[in-house]
Design a binder for this molecule. Structure first.
Ligand code: ADP
Ligand code: LRH
Length: 491
């Protein structure tokens, strides 16, 4: 028949998947082709991503598609933000990409601000100052006299780098490049003074394109490896969070979203950048949206906290997310809190020890068991969401009625309940594969079978059954909020 299918390659900082999406009767049906871990690899104290492993996962997924005689119209790749690959003039990657968790950038922002003041960087880009933003990663390479720096021909963000390996065509897609802190938030082009400070210019990047742009057909070598001849590679919203927000099942505009995975990205949509004294003080980000709108949001350290503890808990037996949630549920409430965004949790040797030390230093109960630690993380996150939602409401020009939680973390019913209670507003959870859905629906838009964001969100609503969590124990949560705030202000 003539149904169109699209392949989403969605690479998160903890895992990746290839999802085939077919649209029929205004519904999107997802079929999982593959799912694989995306480990950070440590070599000589440096943290890397394995570019060729990720590329090979795409090739393997395409072979899988071919072996099932599934027809795919196009493929689109989205990934986590800020990281990039440098290519030489022979078109070869110069080095495996560093992971944004690498500690070498921890002091980078302060150093960069001696060249261009912090406030000026923020006024131009509207991006939350975080040490791992591409701007500071590149400045660190320059500062360290990295041997590759003088021979860089092209700098491509992760999704663009993988598309380049598949097609041979270099582009710089808008949503992913907005995470770099190198774009002028208003013109959506690279800011020349920031590039100059890095001794770079526009030629070091691919052609600037917007979501929906056709990058090209797969190269002859990819055709040979996969047995597929015709397959367009589309620049989707290359930033996973932009793809996820696009697939929020919102009925109207009075909502905030929380894209919950390794990070918790909490924000609202805005037609134009919101860059002022208040957003600078609160350190809110203005990232590019899939439809040209702005994602005014805050990066909150999210399931990274759980994910890192889980590795330790798994020492001699497998532990599932269900085990962790069940243990947290059985633990005593409101015993101790952390500030999830404290730098001590960014990349600790041991997350459980980091949390225990934090509780000790703040004179709180020291959590011991898996349940106590997980409960501490979940309650602290729920309070952090309350705190950030209040700031968002200050910045929003509309009343926020509900919170849409999307992404892998939206499957956590306990945390959804905590969050609804803490914020005192309904939480609507799902889809958990919002990113893949947004990726696919943008390809459908590029193919001309879907029109706009409203239609995209209608299709998402038709395709899933979101879970609603009404706030219940809000006064109880309110009575413990000041304990959290005292700790938050401490470290
Ligand atoms: P990323 O894109 O950053 O790799 P995901 O959106 O895939 O992240 O979300 C992964 C997270 O979702 C996990 O760290 C875990 O905390 C959470 N998660 C996944 N499945 C479940 C589940 N069944 N119950 C509770 N939490 C879950
Ligand atoms: C989430 C995410 C987030 C970025 C971070 C590096 O996966 O893309 O939006 O800030 O990874």
């Amino acid at each position: 028949d003539n149904l169109m299918s699209f392949l989403a390659i969605d690479l998160g900082a903890s895992s990746g998947r290839a999802m085939l999406g077919t649209i029929q009767n205004d519904q999107l049906e997802l079929k999982e082709i593959s799912r694989f871990p995306n480990p950070i690899i440590e070599v000589n104290n440096r943290l890397y991503w394995d570019l060729f492993y990720l590329y090979n996962q795409i090739i393997t997924s395409l072979r899988e598609v071919k072996s099932h005689r599934l027809h795919v119209t196009s493929l689109g790749i989205d990934t986590w933000g800020v990281d990039f690959v440098c290519f030489g003039k022979d078109r070869e990657p110069l080095r495996m990409p560093y992971s944004y968790r690498d500690s070498r950038t921890f002091d980078a922002p302060e150093r960069f601000f001696s060249k261009i003041p912090k406030e000026e960087v923020y006024r131009k880009t509207g991006i939350q100052i975080m040490n791992f933003n591409t701007l500071f990663q590149l400045d660190t390479l320059l500062h360290e006299n990295s041997s590759i720096y003088p021979v860089i021909n092209k700098i491509l963000f992760m999704p663009d780098a993988l598309s380049y390996l598949l097609t041979g065509t270099a582009v710089t897609e808008y949503t992913i490049s907005s995470t770099s802190q190198m774009l002028d938030a208003y013109t959506q082009n690279f800011d020349s003074s920031l590039l100059q400070a890095l001794q770079l210019d526009g030629n070091h990047f691919g052609m600037l394109v917007y979501p929906g742009h056709k990058i090209g057909n797969i190269s002859p070598s990819v055709q040979r490896l996969t047995g597929i001849q015709n397959l367009s590679v589309i620049a989707v919203a290359g930033h996973d969070t932009a793809s996820a927000v696009l697939a929020t099942p919102a009925k109207d505009e009075n909502f905030a979203y929380l894209s919950s995975g390794t990070w918790s990205l909490m924000g609202i949509e805005s037609e134009t950048p919101v860059i002022n004294d208040e957003t600078f003080r609160l350190n809110f980000t203005n990232e590019g949206g899939a439809d040209g709108s702005i994602r005014l949001l805050k990066n909150i350290c999210g399931m990274w906290l759980i994910e890192q503890c889980k590795k330790e808990w798994e020492n001699n037996q497998p532990v599932t997310y269900e085990d962790i949630v069940a243990a947290a549920k059985q633990s005593v409430p409101f015993k101790c809190f952390i500030n999830p965004d404290s730098p001590c949790f960014a990349a600790p040797g041991s997350m459980t020890t980091a949390i225990q030390s934090y509780c000790k230093e703040t004179n709180q109960y020291i959590p011991q068991t898996m349940g106590e630690l997980a409960r501490c993380i979940y309650e602290s996150l729920a309070f952090r969401y309350k705190q950030v939602l209040a700031d968002l409401q200050q910045l929003a020009t509309f009343p926020i009625h509900i919170l849409h939680i999307i992404g892998g973390g939206s499957q956590n019913k306990l945390l959804n309940t905590f969050t609804a209670n803490a914020i005192g507003k309904p939480v609507v959870a799902g889809p958990s594969e919002a990113t893949a859905m947004g990726n696919i629906l943008l390809q459908a838009k590029a193919a001309g079978i879907v029109n706009d964001k409203q239609e995209i969100r209608q299709i998402v609503r038709n395709s899933i059954e979101p879970d609603t969590f009404e706030p219940e124990d809000t006064p109880l949560w309110e009575s413990h909020y000041s304990d959290y705030l005292n700790v938050y202000r401490n470290i």
